[in-house]
Design a protein around this ligand. Structure first.
Ligand code: H79
Length: 463
């Protein structure tokens, strides 16, 4: 054990991103492999991601032709999974042949990137391969790819190039599950793992800088030795050491000995994370509400209203986390107008209020029914969802002197600091429907305060 720790320390001091693994690549029980970097190095590597706060998730493949849920609506066997009816199936022969007619001639990677930027998003994560196994890039490892559609173009390459040209961070979603691949879950799974590692090498070699790798989790029934996580991890780190990786490739090893690594951040799915400032996190949410997911194009779904969408973003930021908001382009390659309209409204909101989101940290007051707070340097941004029925909004005090206040969207209000706490009053006319943001300026740093629970809701007299 001591030896392993010493080895890790040496690696860290050289700044070499490496993984400490046992002779066979699988670590002895109880030993924690560590990526060879110090906490400070990790923080520097992931700083852009935390400051970004808001990203676009895109689920897209030929399932958009049927308008049914990506992968899940393929009725065929789902090895190692036992999930139920995802709002209907289309029969296998139909699903498995969709790609032969997939010709999204309106696909314009630059338009997607432009939309993401106008929406105020700072990064993008695209489904290179979902559980159904279809590959949206020109892979040499299978014929089941975009190369063999009438469209032929390497969708992933065009998107990577557009992101790099426009300065939007580029991320790849990859599902280790593969319900189409003949070797998945067969024998010891080693043939499939070789396929997956080969694809990792392709994705991390041919598409320029990859800023994020977003793995989905494993199916049920997988055994620990079914995967070669330390090798896969080392391969990734050797090719693109800067990449920010979510926690799901590591999920299996985290619940079984030996844990390898929990990745860089947690990924609550279709739920908003609660306040957490000791580890990075990102909620992934669909902009479309519909039974059975809503990740891919689902014309039977309903786009969330602007107010709910912007509050989701604020809930993540005030909880010290990110939001990865998912859209589903249609079969022609276009992100439907009802989705893009909502995104652009949030983008407009961010033009006025973005300073309270980007590059901030959550706190010093924890989110509650009133809303929540973010902070930077000497400023606390109070995001108000609900005002008290009468009187000012009351928050606990901080050990710094209040020296000014302003409403980010304009208008008038009052902020006061008394012995018992902070009091904020904003007349109806200056309140925003979705969320009102008040910047409170202090005479000294407000980052040092530990996150405090806000006053009990009853004391806030919330509606
Ligand atoms: O890619 C998206 C989902 O397809 C994927 N993760 C996000 C990012 C995912 N994989 N597994 N799960 C989500 C959990 C499975 C949930 C299910 Fe269901 C409940 C499967 C069947 C019922 C969701 C709802 C999928 C189909 C219906």
């Amino acid at each position: 054990m001591l030896k392993v720790l010493l080895a890790v320390a040496v690696l860290a001091s050289q700044g070499a991103p490496s993984v400490a693994a046992g002779a066979e690549g699988v670590l002895p029980k109880g030993v924690v492999a560590k990526v060879g970097e110090t906490p400070a190095q990790r923080e520097a590597r992931t700083a852009w991601w935390r400051e970004a706060r808001y990203g676009m998730f895109i689920h897209w493949d030929m399932s958009s032709m049927a308008g049914t849920e990506i992968s899940w609506s393929r009725k065929g066997s789902k090895p190692l999974d036992n999930h139920g009816d995802p709002a209907g199936y289309i029969e296998d022969p139909a699903y498995d042949n969709l790609y032969k007619n997939f010709n999204p001639t309106n696909y314009d990677a630059k338009a997607w990137v432009k939309l993401a930027k106008a929406a105020g998003m700072k990064y993008l994560v695209f489904t290179a391969k979902h559980h159904g196994g279809f590959c949206m890039w020109d892979t040499k490892f299978t014929d089941y790819s975009i190369r063999n559609t009438p469209f032929k173009r390497d969708v992933l390459k065009e998107l990577a190039d557009a992101c790099h040209a426009e300065g939007l961070r580029f991320g790849i979603y990859y599902s280790p599950r593969d319900w189409h691949h003949p070797d998945y879950g067969v024998g010891d799974n080693s043939k499939y793992v070789a396929y997956m590692d080969g694809q990792m090498r392709e994705l991390l070699t041919n598409y320029g800088t990859v800023d994020v790798l977003w793995f989905d989790s494993y199916g049920k029934g997988d055994a620990l030795n079914f995967w070669r996580i330390p090798e896969t991890w080392a391969l990734i780190k050797s090719l693109q050491p800067q990449v920010v990786i979510n926690n799901r490739l590591a999920a299996l090893s985290a619940t079984n000995n030996p844990p390898l690594s929990r990745g860089d951040y947690n990924t609550p799915e279709q739920k908003l994370g609660i306040y957490q400032d000791t580890r990075l996190w990102e909620s992934c949410m669909t902009i479309v509400d519909v039974r059975g997911g809503g990740w891919s194009y689902r014309p039977d779904g309903k786009v969330k209203p602007f107010g709910e969408t912007v509050r989701m973003l604020v809930s993540c930021a005030t909880g010290d986390g990110n939001l990865l908001l998912d859209v589903g382009p249609d079969a022609t390659g276009v992100i439907p107008a009802d989705q893009s309209d909502c995104l652009l409204k949030v983008g407009e909101w961010l033009k006025q209020n973005g300073e309270s989101v980007y590059g901030t940290r959550g706190g010093p007051f924890k989110p509650g029914a009133y809303g929540g707070t973010t902070r930077r340097d000497k400023t606390i941004y109070v995001h108000v969802f609900n005002w008290p029925e009468s009187g000012p909004l009351k928050l606990p005090n901080v050990a710094a002197k209040l020296v000014g206040a302003r409403l980010l969207a304009g208008g008038k209000g009052d902020a006061a600091q008394t012995e018992s706490g902070l009091e904020i009053s904003v007349p109806e006319i200056s309140r925003q429907k979705a969320v009102t943001v008040i910047a409170l300026e202090f005479d000294s740093d407000v980052m040092k305060f530990p996150a405090a629970v806000t006053a009990p809701l009853a004391a806030l007299e919330l509606k």
